[in-house]
Design a protein around this ligand. Structure first.
Ligand SMILES: *Cc1c(COP(=O)(O)O)cnc(C)c1O
Length: 389
């Protein structure tokens, strides 16, 4: 989920030229006016990531955080109903073996090529901490998941953000320069664009001195996964999540697949930090979800079908958007500003995501919901745009 936060003054080697408009906005909470006390000198200051809103009112159409509009696998429901709370007395399996096994089986890799965490945010944070430690700037695009620069800031990792081209495509050459690591969301957020595997492979192959993370949070909706490359490149880490395509954002499961060596490094750091991050129900229910391939295929198929319908209908209302391979569209209207639409939609109880300013300021990121939610969204937009015309 992307953020609207302001960047603080950056330290150590980060490019100060980018996001000039944001610089100078003190975001350290208490404001620049108040002087810091002595003890505050040692504080690890960071401007936290701002997640999308989670409104709890009934009747809201929630299309703002890319959750799945369908429930998790019925196998999860069955296990939840049968769950023995007695089990909670014990620490969970620190290896999360059941879950790791189910993931290894699904992707035809060995168990020691799988690392699991509390959502892919946890997995990504651990990977930043583990691998990005050279002092050289890491690279990720100017428009992408806005947690990357937060982790970089938290861990004191310098970074650079090469600009995507004018159609939000990755400029491969930017990633062939010396760097301290690379992170690419593919499909990207919030654009939905999927770069071909050949581009990803070239970046991985030409960076033997860097660990390359491919964040595949949305790959199940039609992207091309880099998973088949993990046995070929030791410096590749592919990260996925149960939060979008497996309808378990509330459960918090993410995982990485990579070389044995890379996974061993990740585990060493994780077990030096907190061994018991995956709780017992999550391990069991996560494994059940991973094993229900038929249900997964069915629900993902439904989301993709609705996405393609939404593309046609939004285009006929005057919207344009990159060709999304994710469960959202990044849409801009020919003459009505995104901010106005965002506010009107919210007023009507339809939540979408809006990232003010910069290159994203005239776009709405709209999660693909159920067919019924999609009809409500389209009916509202149609009426609103007609009344404006
Ligand atoms: C949603 C998302 C994540 C984080 O998902 P988790 O819920 O923490 O698994 C990571 N990367 C991208 C690009 C995302 O959109």
């Amino acid at each position: 989920m992307e953020t609207e936060r302001k960047l603080p003054d950056r330290t150590a080697g980060q490019e100060k030229t980018e996001e000039k408009s944001m610089a100078g906005n003190s975001a350290t909470g208490n404001g620049a006016a108040r002087e810091a006390a002595l003890w505050e000198r040692g504080v690890r200051r960071v401007v936290p990531y701002t997640p999308g809103e989670q409104p709890r009112q009934a009747g809201i159409i929630k299309l703002n955080t890319n959750e799945c509009p369908y429930p998790p696998s019925p196998q999860v429901k069955r296990l939840a109903a049968e769950f023995e709370t007695e089990l909670l007395r014990l620490y969970p399996d620190p290896e999360a073996s059941l879950l790791v096994k189910s993931i290894a089986k699904r992707f035809c890799v060995e168990e020691d090529q799988v690392f699991v965490g509390v959502g892919s945010d946890d997995v990504l944070a651990m990977a930043f901490l583990t691998f990005f430690n050279t002092g050289q700037p890491i690279l990720f695009p100017d428009v992408t998941y806005s947690f990357y620069d937060v982790w970089a800031q938290l861990f004191g990792i310098p970074w650079r953000r090469p600009a995507l081209d004018e159609s939000f495509r990755l400029v491969k050459e930017d990633y062939l320069a010396p760097n301290g690591g690379i992170v690419i969301a593919n499909p990207n957020a919030p654009t939905g664009i999927c770069e071909p595997l050949s581009v990803i492979e070239e970046i991985v192959a030409k960076n033997p001195a860097s660990l390359v993370i491919i964040d595949e949070a949305y790959v199940d909706f039609g992207g091309e996964s880099a998973m088949p490359l993990v046995d070929k490149y030791e410096n590749l880490l592919v990260v996925q999540t149960f939060s979008k395509s497996r309808a378990m954002a509330g459960m918090r499961v993410g995982f990485a697949v990579g070389s044995r060596k890379a996974i061993r490094y990740l585990r060493d750091v994780k077990f030096s930090f907190n061994s018991y991050t995956m709780d017992a129900p999550t391990i069991a229910w996560g494994a059940a979800s991973m094993e229900d391939e038929a249900y997964f295929q069915e629900t993902v198929g439904r989301v993709v079908e609705t996405r393609e319908y939404l593309k046609r209908e939004l285009a006929s209302l005057g919207f344009s958007f990159p060709d999304s391979r994710a469960n959202f569209l990044f849409a801009s209207h020919s003459h009505v500003p995104a901010r106005e639409l965002f506010e009107a939609l919210k007023e009507a109880g339809i939540y979408v995501r809006y990232f003010p300013g910069g290159r994203t300021g005239n776009y709405l990121r709209i999660t693909v919901g159920t067919p019924e939610q999609t009809e409500s969204l389209l009916a509202f937009l149609k009426k609103y745009l007609e009344e404006k015309a």
